[in-house]
Design a protein. Sequence first.
Lengths: 263, 304
Amino acid sequence: MSTSSETAAVPTAAAPSATARGTRLSFRAAVLGRPDAPVLHDVDLDVSPGEILTVVGPSGCGKSTLLRTLAGLLAPLGGSVEVDGAPLRRPSADRTLVFQEDALLPWRTLRGNVELPLAISGVPRSARRARAESWLARVGVSAQAGQLPHRVSGGQRQRAQLARALADSPRAVLMDEPFGALDAQTRSGMQDLLVEVLGGTGATVVFVTHDVDEALFLGDRVALLGSGRVAAVRDVPGPRDRGAVDAPARAALRRDILTSLGS
Amino acid sequence: MTRRPLARYALRTASLAAFLGLWQVLTSLDVDVWLRFSQFPTVTDVAHAFTGRLSGSDYWTDLYDSLTRILTGFALAAVLGVATGVLVARSRLAEDLLGPVLEVIRPIPAIALVPVAILLFPSNEQGIVFITCTAAFFPVLVSTRHAVRALTPMWEEAVRTMGGGRMRILGSVVLPGALPGIFGGLSVGIGVSWICVISAEMISGQYGVGYRTWQDYTVVNYPGVFVGMVTIGVLGWVTSTAVELLGRRLTRWLPRTSYIPGGRTHVPRPVAAPVRADGDSEHQAQPEQQGQKDTEEARDEHLV
């Protein structure tokens, strides 16, 4: 992993290789939640390598639980959860987690935050800085690289968090309502940015949101959670295109999802 | 800029001068209205005694001894307090094993441990350091424990999902994140350390500012006693300022509130640019950040 990314030390060569390197994530009859409070039952779900699966559902339905289980922060209470066929045991740099907000370490600059996963995986100091800078440039916050998180806007913080999550070339990116705290305009800009920076990384993405339009725009498939279960998994028809939200097939799917969320 | 630093220093100096002036007036006029100042040494008596002491070697030996004792005790307390605080906050086993013992020992005033120190340690010197260390240990321990428990869980989770292990979490999340709280404990700790080192010296010391002050008292040398008090005051002030400044330096990253005490500032409030995050407002946000930077730096120049 680190050998392929070593070449990315040069800012111009920052684009990771476009090989299919995402992980396959699978749930088999899994029961998820905290030991004293299971929230999801009978979860059977496969996320294919390189796929973007969006997860929607009312609050408290277990979206975050699903994600935290995939991150390895929560152990499944029953059934199995597998990464590329092997049981998922503990957190790994291969599956990074992007939080809604405030997950940057406030005493590190944006650059320092992006350097952290590189330091953990043993990238030498000199290469770390260049790679962090190149990622910050890709997400559009190079000018703020030396700023502390609280000195920049919420959108810029999330950009930096995205850079931090992708810096060490993870094979899966787990995103927990990463744009949920942003205003609508910033949010759509961030969605475009996400699609752009994911392009070519080949990483598998599980993206949790409460926003159905966001789920339809970003997702190859949408998983609906409700009443403690995965209620449905639907393919999103058509290309990933903001205009296509109005296409008849999309509109029908959108209506379906809203109806089942409402019930 | 905020109120000019020069003006603030002048005000502070004037406050001290007024205090000394009042002291001088009350004592030189031998005021005896319920409070009796007739036997009280005047400021000039104390100043004479002070200059006399400064030229002798005993004063500097005392100073050196007291400082060595307090710095050793305090450094030990800082290391042990932070280590124990982190351990107790992060490990349930450690909490169960150490918690009850610590909670029972904590309410005992450190100076009441003089008999224990005499029994335990072969030399007076070690006993005094022990007492000083115990005094500072608990404030450091308690604030470290609270600070570690109050850390935002997301910081740790983020580092874990980057593949960080226990040591990485300790070094990159727990210690830096708890530092503001730890320094709260260190500030309290250095204060109680002085109280205890002086008291311990009075009881069992050989040399040291506390010992000398008590000696002067037993031979009814009141100006000498006041020289000791002034020395303790200045040393305490210098050391706690050092701790304070170090803390401020190491926790520079803390977001500061933009609160400026009302009516005491000449700074126009920074222009509240809209804190929007979309593309073009990033440029608008620049002047605001600049403004914040200025006021924060101004606040960094706290006089101590």
